[in-house]
Design a protein around this ligand. Structure first.
Ligand code: GLN
Length: 538
């Protein structure tokens, strides 16, 4: 290989949902803590070009990178663990691969050749894997292959891995994550599914170097020996991945299993220093010994699938730790909230977050929630659609404009306090066309947000088509709802806050995408702090 970047491929066997993303992020964390620069990439075998057009029920949250990619939620874990931003190149889908190959074919790049899965699709996959390596920024690129080995749709990816293992023998390894289930009838852990899953990989020409075995119980020496023997891996490369109390324990558990050491040895890299995990351990011990507990409601329409709000719930964990408290999230379905029951559903909460979203389902429940928390002085954080609902609620109930709405829901609305952004009006395609990624925001000195950030200039990530309608701004401000954050170039309102309320702040951007273990997000930290204060716990 021309450069010295090393590649770790992470595959999964036996079943989905074994936590490849967390294992990859934990390994990356350990390697980073030893002084290596590491990034993680996710290859997703579905045909959507990106998850931006997917309903969260299908795929959980859509994570947005600084450079505006709509990506798999695993990228959120990568950023939260590593505290390094990811980019467009960190998430590749089959849709992206095919789109690019077909574009090349239309341009005539293949010079009359028949375009085939092998070599054209696999070449494209290999190129995408190496893009991050070629940047020269990273010593190690960890590439997680979505899906389970044996799935038809992941075959080209496994084939690309096979080819890279062959071409760059000394620079690539495969870590295979499997399940060692406990059969209560037999009273035993069973290794057969792992053996079969490795056989399946072998049939595809790939010999894993390391096996990470998800298990509910300890893997004793006999079991480790058995797995090593049947699967052609060394004893020290059979890694126990026991169920953890929190995902943030996993790097520590992997360190105890010496996963990072084994990886470095197999990649012929020096182990360097012992990983410095001091701040990580400090985070963990504060996470496990909170001094108080809070109940914060998360009002959204996808609450049955908590992965839909992954970055928000993780941001609350980080902000809780920063405030030495535990945030218990109460998941509240916005569709169930009415004027009649809002007190019963929301009244007992210490704070409320109204979540982002699209479309009309559940929006009246969100608006009702905002009214309740505004009138009853309950600390409130609104994000994206959550901010838009706060604007609509204020217009209807304080400014007395009953017809106020967003043109997302009522296109010919008479009082469009939330309006489609000018540049969005010409766009007809749905994929990747929103206002996406990082934009600057100027905060009003002395406002609650500027105090939270401790600066007046910030950058945050966006994902929306609609915005506050500036035609109405003066009237809102005269009545106490202030725009305390604006985009310096376009004047778009990015943050609003209400005067005379303990803490009522809402943002058009998504602060949750930037919260990490090392850098809990200032807005979440300030919100949780305000909730504690309002409760008399500070
Ligand atoms: N649907 C709203 C818009 O497009 C809000 C988007 C969001 O909450 N991410 O502007």
């Amino acid at each position: 290989m021309s450069n010295s970047t090393k590649y770790v491929f992470v595959t999964g066997g036996v079943t989905s949902s074994l936590g490849k993303g967390i294992i990859s992020a934990s390994l990356a964390k350990l390697l980073q803590a030893r002084g290596y620069s590491v990034t993680i990439q996710k290859l997703d075998p579905y045909i959507n070009v990106d998850p931006g057009t997917l309903n969260p029920y299908e795929h959980g949250e859509c994570f947005v990178t600084e450079d505006g990619a709509e990506t798999d939620l695993d990228l959120g874990h990568y950023e939260r663990f590593l505290n390094v931003p990811t980019s467009q190149a960190n998430n590749v889908t089959t849709g992206k691969i095919y789109q690019s190959v077909i574009d090349k074919e239309r341009r005539g790049d293949f010079l009359g050749k028949t375009v085939q899965v092998i070599p054209h699709i696999t070449d494209e996959i290999k190129e995408r894997i190496q893009i991050l390596g070629k940047k020269g920024t990273y010593d190690i690129v960890i590439t997680e292959i979505g899906g389970t080995v044996g799935d038809i749709e992941s075959l080209p990816y496994v084939e690309a891995v096979r080819q890279m293992m062959w071409e760059f023998e000394n620079d690539c390894i495969v870590l295979h994550l499997t399940l060692v289930p406990y059969l209560s009838a037999a009273g035993e852990l069973k290794t057969k599914p792992t053996q079969h899953s490795v056989k399946q990989l072998l049939e595809l020409g790939v010999q894993p170097d390391i096996l990470c075995c998800r298990t509910e119980y300890e893997l004793d020496l006999n079991l480790r020996r058995k797995i090593a023997k049947f699967c052609n891996v060394s004893m020290n490369a059979v890694i126990e991945a026991k169920d953890a109390e929190t995902i943030y324990d996993v790097p520590i558990l992997m360190q105890a299993e010496e996963l990072d050491k084994v990886v470095l040895e197999k990649l012929s890299l020096p182990t360097k220093s012992v990983p410095n995990l001091e701040s990580w351990c400090d985070f963990l011990s504060r996470l496990k010994q909170p001094k108080s507990e809070l109940r914060i409601g998360l009002v959204g329409k996808y609450v049955e699938l908590k992965d839909s709000y992954k970055s928000i719930s993780e941001a609350f964990i980080h902000a809780g730790v920063a405030n030495e408290t535990k945030v218990n999230i109460e998941w509240i379905h916005s569709e169930k909230i009415t004027q009649k029951n809002v007190k019963e559903l929301v009244g007992h909460l210490d704070g409320v977050l109204v979540a982002p979203g699209f479309g009309s389902r559940g929006i009246s429940g969100k608006i009702e929630t905002v009214r309740y928390v505004r009138e009853n002085n309950i600390p409130f954080l609104g994000i994206c659609l959550g901010m838009q609902c706060a604007v609509i609620e204020f217009a209807r109930n304080v400014l007395n404009w009953p017809e106020a709405h967003t043109t997302e829901i009522v296109e010919d609305c008479k009082v469009p306090v939330i309006n489609m952004m000018e540049e969005q009006k010409e766009i007809s395609e749905m994929g990747g066309t929103m206002r996406l990624g990082s934009y600057s925001c100027q905060l009003t000195p002395g406002s609650k947000v500027s105090l939270a950030y401790n600066t007046d200039k910030i950058k945050e990530r966006h994902r929306h088509r609609y915005e506050f309608n500036n035609e109405f701004l003066d009237i809102f401000e005269e009545n106490g709802l202030k725009a305390t954050g604006k985009n310096p170039e376009s004047g778009l309102v990015e943050v609003i806050e209400l005067e005379g309320h303990p803490w009522f702040v809402a943002s058009q951007f998504h602060p949750e995408y930037r919260s990490t273990v090392d850098n809990p997000h200032p807005l979440f930290v300030a919100f949780v702090h305000a909730v504690l204060e309002n409760k008399g716990l500070n």
